[in-house]
Ligand binder design. Structure first.
Ligand code: ZN
Length: 414
């Protein structure tokens, strides 16, 4: 199973928007660009909402049927490890093996030594085509990389082999992610992580490093854009070289997590993947749920009322709701509007505060981030939330399709 050059991870917390998401990809297809969908949902999301991986599979199959989608599609067991992977084995054909927690864990002296010996041919100046500055490799540097990453790579291999005990090796796509690590990986580290994965026989098709800067959920990139641009191009050069050097899958590409709404990066990413003729997996961040809230609020009446209630409750339960996402959000509590004030807003005020339109002065990224992690509140409303979703179906689906197509696919791929 070989993942296509362009793919997009479309998380959908509540599982109602599969067809609307797919319509965005069909629009791209009509314009000549094939992007395949990957429905991703993590264990964290499943447990907060009370869904199972089988639900995601059902949603994907239904969306594909109802839209008559002819190309491939995938269901991603997102951010799994040995402890969580089993419940995903039947439903997934894409596994994102997250080993960020294993970075820096001790590694056996023998395996570190064997790794350094096997990499000794790269010692000295290492020129990587497409990279303006060569890498300089010493045993000390290799030792540092082994101490930092070898345990994590060995863990990825354990998870990969565990999956292959149940699922045929050619029946799924393997991603390895370290995007939730404490610090970004340098291009040199990425090169030797890929080397180590190849030595372990992990056929990695997408790799999600932690990039420089902050990738927060549902808001734009925070960081040095030109530094990101350099690092991203270097990573692409490293990947192309690693594929040839270590005989890794030829379609190996970068996976950009929390990739939705990174408007200031899309032109840079687009230029880079064009320059290197590279693929891309853009994993969005469950912002489809925010499009649902926008649709409810815009509908006025009960929908707006419910949207206000979700905010008011999320405001009260700030600590609880933010905790699972603490490393990927950055909310200034003083900039959050008072729920009483929000209670007096009309539909337009609510929508303008939430919709990611940076040129609108009402847009409030703190409000947006809190609602982003507030989906648990809606999940607890059970029938009330889902029946309103059905009532506002047409408007919501238009929002969902438009958000993916206009804000993400167009700047990145068209
Ligand atoms: Zn991630």
């Amino acid at each position: 199973m070989e993942l296509e050059k362009y793919s997009i991870g479309i998380g959908d917390r509540f599982g109602f928007e599969g067809a609307a998401q797919l319509r965005a990809l069909q629009k791209a297809k009509k314009l000549g660009v094939q992007i395949v969908p990957v429905w991703n949902k993590s264990n964290r999301e499943h447990s907060i909402i009370g869904t199972s991986p089988a639900d995601t599979r059902r949603e994907a199959d239904q969306a594909v049927r109802s839209c008559a989608w002819k190309a491939s599609y995938y269901v991603d067991a997102d951010h799994i490890g040995l402890a969580t992977v089993d419940r995903f084995l039947d439903s997934s054909n894409f596994f994102t093996i997250d080993v960020a927690d294993y970075i820096g864990k001790p590694v056996g002296p023998d395996s570190a030594a064997a790794f350094i010996t096997s990499m000794s041919r790269f010692r000295g100046t290492l020129n990587i085509p497409g990279m303006p500055t060569p890498l300089f490799v010493t045993d000390d540097i290799l030792g540092d990389i082994a101490r930092k990453y070898l345990h994590a790579v060995e863990e990825a291999a354990r998870v990969y082999r565990h999956i292959t005990q149940r699922n045929k090796a050619d029946s799924f796509v393997t991603e390895v992610s370290v995007d939730e690590a404490a610090s970004p990986q340098t291009p040199a580290e990425l090169f030797f992580i890929l080397a180590a994965l190849a030595r372990e026989g992990v056929p990695v098709q997408t790799i999600a490093p932690k990039f420089t800067g902050s990738f927060l959920k549902g808001v734009d990139y925070v960081g040095d854009v030109s530094q990101f641009a350099r690092e991203f191009e270097d990573d692409l050069a490293v990947i192309a070289f690693a594929v040839k050097t270590f005989d890794l899958p030829r379609n190996l590409k970068l996976s950009v997590h929390s990739g939705s709404d990174k408007f200031s990066l899309y032109p840079i990413i687009r230029r880079a993947i064009t320059k290197f003729d590279a693929g891309l997996h853009l994993k969005t961040a469950g912002t489809t749920w925010l499009e649902e809230v926008i649709g409810l609020a815009a509908s006025n009446g009960d929908g707006l009322q419910l949207a206000k209630e979700v905010y008011s409750e999320a405001f009260k339960r700030y600590d609880e709701l933010c905790k699972p996402y603490i490393s990927v959000i950055n909310i200034d509590r003083h900039r959050l509007p008072d729920p009483k004030q929000v209670g007096s807003w009309n539909a337009e005020e609510y929508v303008e505060s939430l919709q990611h339109n940076q040129s609108c002065e009402k847009f409030n990224l703190h409000f947006r981030q809190l609602l982003h992690v507030g989906y648990k509140v809606a999940a607890e409303m059970n029938g009330r939330f889902t029946s309103l979703l059905q009532q506002c179906r047409v408007a919501i689906e238009l929002n969902v399709t438009k958000n993916i197509f206009e804000r993400h696919i167009q700047p990145l791929f068209l």
